[in-house]
Ligand binder design. Structure first.
Ligand code: SF4
Length: 421
């Protein structure tokens, strides 16, 4: 078989796998997910890649305890190993110096501490940094660090799925097929790779963290991967490890109402909602999920989200689409819609992409919309696009770089150059 054929076969196989996953993931209404086994497949691929050893990243404390017990180790070892992995950030057992040598060797014989491989790391002119993470089965997702403009800290934007089922009409990421859910290990390790990149180990105190916040706003709808996302968040907030405060984590959902209630009870991180319209008529048009969970249900879930207060408001994200959702009447309808909910708006200038059916509202219109919401009593800052030069802006994740990579691959194939992937 020639190299060209091998590479072309790899593309064909990838495409077939994507179509299969998509066919399995989307129901008749085009918006619902079915349980995906794909993260199990990924876990099997990871075990195979590590010669049968089990990855300790992504295990809950109970699971780690069970794994250690199988080796005949006492429960207090769990905290020690947990601290080495999540507080010190080590990736090999030999560095665990408060464990005896025989125990380190035993751990090394059975376990690994994995990181995704990093085919690409890019830093933007404005300091935004993006990583393309490749997981054990070759699937990829992107993670972005967005530095604060005024302070020496910033947010890490984490993906929850490879692709997305939801097809929000303004979102470029939504034009990709859903490939699979990410496992808890893959979600946690995105943050750990970011910490590796900035050398932020051991875990600093809250005040001195550079990677101070997490936003679950990357690729995918996190609440359609509920169990893995919540498991990962519980690892991230654990006080013996990464120890990030729940108040520094924000999960953004397109409005998966039943899971919003569960999230409030299970972990109660900050909530952001991709709202983008003040009426069902407009929201149905641009966000198909609204047909399943219309605005009245969504607003009820927001009102009932635990511990929401003026000090801990819900963020409503609102992309500014010219002549679609940007009139003064829309702003007034929005204010009425969210009445009584401690909240703020985040106005996002639409980032056009080839083939999109929308244009961004004019700057004047966005300013006027923002001013009107302020006059009506709401904070409504305009989010300035970050990391545009490295395609890290909102809704651009993976789609543009995927396109670039595919065209590069085609060019390499045409030139008879073996593809490095
Ligand atoms: S906005 Fe979020 S939920 Fe909607 S298609 Fe894009 S990634 Fe999916």
């Amino acid at each position: 078989m020639t190299t060209d054929t091998t590479a072309a076969d790899a593309v064909a196989r990838e495409d077939a796998a994507v179509s299969d996953a998509q066919a399995n993931a989307v129901s008749d209404d085009g918006i619902e997910k079915l349980p995906l086994q794909a993260s199990d497949t990924a876990a099997r691929a990871a075990v195979a890649a590590d010669h049968g050893k089990r990855d300790l990243v992504g295990l809950s404390r109970e699971e780690l305890g069970a794994a250690m017990a199988e080796l005949g180790e006492k429960p207090f070892r769990v905290k020690q190993v947990w601290q080495w992995i999540y507080n010190k950030g080590v990736t090999d057992f030999d560095s665990m110096t408060n464990l005896s040598k025989p125990l380190r060797e035993k751990l090394d014989a059975h376990f690994v501490i994995r990181r995704p491989s990093l085919p690409v790391e890019q830093t933007s002119e404005d300091g935004t940094r993006k990583w393309l993470m490749r997981f054990a089965d070759g699937k990829e997702a992107e993670t972005v660090y967005i530095p604060d403009v005024d302070e020496p800290r910033g947010s890490v934007c984490i993906s929850s799925q490879v692709g997305c089922t939801l097809t929000c009409k303004f979102c470029h990421t939504g034009t990709q097929l859903l490939v699979r859910n990410l496992s808890a290990a893959e979600i946690v390790s995105q943050f750990m790779v970011a910490r590796d990149s900035y050398g932020e180990w051991p875990s600093p105190t809250d005040e001195s963290r550079r990677l101070s916040n997490i936003v679950m706003m990357g690729m995918g709808e996190p609440l359609y991967n509920y169990d893995n996302v919540v498991k990962a968040l519980k690892i991230l907030v654990d006080g013996d490890g990464i120890a990030l405060s729940r108040r520094r984590i924000t999960l953004s959902t397109s409005g998966v109402v039943p899971e919003m209630y569960r999230l409030g009870n299970d972990i109660n991180v900050n909530l952001a909602v991709s709202l983008h319209a003040a009426t069902d008529e407009i929201r149905n048009r641009i966000m198909p999920i609204n047909k399943k969970y219309p605005l009245a249900e969504l607003m009820k879930a927001c009102r009932e989200y635990p511990n929401v207060s003026n000090a801990r408001r819900i963020t409503f994200e609102y992309v500014m689409l010219k002549d679609v959702n940007d009139s003064d009447a829309d702003a007034r309808a929005l204010a009425k819609l969210v009445e009584g909910i401690p909240c703020k708006f985040n106005l996002i200038p639409f980032n056009p992409w080839p083939g999109s059916q929308f244009e961004c509202s004019s700057w004047n219109r966005i300013r006027k919309f923002s001013d009107l919401l302020y006059d009506l009593g709401f904070s409504a800052p305009i989010r300035m696009p970050r990391g545009r030069d490295i395609l890290a802006a909102c809704g651009q994740l993976k789609s543009e770089s995927e396109r670039e990579r595919k065209s590069l691959m085609k060019a390499r194939l045409a030139a008879g150059i073996p593809d490095e992937h």
